[in-house]
Design a protein around this ligand. Structure first.
Ligand code: NCD
Ligand code: ZN
Length: 348
């Protein structure tokens, strides 16, 4: 197959930041993607519908002419979130989902949740109105090995929560382990999971072999090869519970290339070309549309996009800019470390 036309994809987990960074990175997503779930971990975080409304306005103001892109806003869950504000935002159509960060789990998560009991009234309200909860699925206790954080989260937090509130619609975000895949596949309703492009392409060797490679460091951290293979199998299977969330998370190079570098991989610019390569390698190009364009809207109760995206296989490898400029600084683009042969065009 040398060309493939799919419905325009959506990104169900995206960091756009704010200000100068927002202006520089937004076009990289809005060119190919019709919609994206926008992460609320700004500094300070987006904790109320009022803050989300003004953040949405800033995103729309930064959108290049001719790009058709809808930001789907989320609220950052804290132990003082007001269930009435959440419900009002959801009913107005302003807020699509609530995001749970366990406190201290990742970049800008200091105001996250320490004790799930404190947010129980919000979760109960969300279950009642059918509003999805996006979960960063990692525990943060210092005695849990960082490579086990996801599996322990599923066992000690997610499992019990779903038993006590089965009607709550959950998105287990950026799954990185076979444990995550198995758990999601063992559940028959109210659960979906996003998978990033980079977790389909790299394992933890990318970060640690031949010198430390900060641009491959993100959270959840990439795991060993058997986990990457389990993610590949889930993503390319067509299983409606799995869909694309790039977790494209830009940080400027000085912040990544540091003695205490930030977590985050910036994969927005070449995500669709990389995914075409992954699905081609696995003989599953016919499942790319389900993963990138159909399963996500179906889980969120939305229609797929009308426009289409055309992917074309080139004989010669395609090159991408290694970095994009952000003001005086640069942000490094995800390097998949294998040749990519696909170009991507949006058609009306
Ligand atoms: C994200 C960021 O930089 O905001 N980083 C990351 O490694 N994915 C936060 C997150 O989604 O965990
Ligand atoms: Zn993220």
């Amino acid at each position: 197959m040398t060309t493939l036309t799919i419905r325009r994809p959506d990104d169900w987990h995206l960091h756009l930041r704010d200000g100068q960074m927002l202006e520089s990175v937004l076009p990289q997503s809005s060119e190919h993607f019709g919609r994206a779930i926008i992460m609320p971990n700004l500094v300070p975080p987006v904790v109320t519908t009022k803050l989300a409304a003004s953040y949405r306005d800033r995103i729309l103001a930064a959108l290049p002419e001719g790009h058709d892109f809808t930001p789907l806003m989320t609220l950052y869950l804290t132990e003082t979130t007001d269930p009435d504000d959440v419900e009002a935002g959801f009913r107005d159509g302003l807020i699509t989902a609530v995001k749970l960060y366990p406190a201290g789990a990742t970049t800008n998560s200091q105001s996250g949740v320490r004790d799930l009991k404190k947010v129980r009234p919000v979760l109960e309200r969300m279950a009642k109105i059918g509003m999805p909860l996006c979960m960063h699925g990692e525990v943060t206790s210092p005695d849990v090995d960082i490579f086990d954080r996801e599996a322990v989260f599923i066992e000690t937090v997610l499992g019990p929560l779903r038993e006590s509130l089965p009607e709550l619609r959950i998105v287990l975000e950026h799954v990185t382990t076979a444990d995550g895949v198995d758990y999601v596949q063992s559940q028959d309703k109210n659960i979906g999971a996003t998978i990033t492009t980079h977790h389909l392409m790299i394992n933890r060797n990318a970060i640690l072999v031949g010198g430390i490679k900060p641009h491959y460091y993100c959270l959840p951290v990439a795991k060993r090869e058997k986990h990457r293979l389990a993610l590949r199998k889930a993503a390319t299977s067509g299983d409606a519970r799995f869909f694309l969330g790039t977790d494209s998370a830009p940080h400027t190079d000085p912040l990544k290339e540091s003695a205490c570098g930030c977590a985050g991989v910036f994969c927005a610019p070449n995500t669709m070309a990389c995914l075409a390569t992954v699905f081609e390698q696995d003989g599953a190009l016919d499942k790319l549309e389900a993963f990138a364009s159909l399963n996500g809207p179906a889980y969120y109760g939305l229609q797929p996009n009308d426009a289409t995206l055309k992917l074309t296989r080139q004989d010669e490898p395609v090159t991408f800019p290694g970095k994009i400029q952000v003001g005086e600084d640069e942000v490094t683009v995800f390097d998949p470390m294998i040749p990519i042969h696909w170009t991507v065009e949006v058609s009306p």
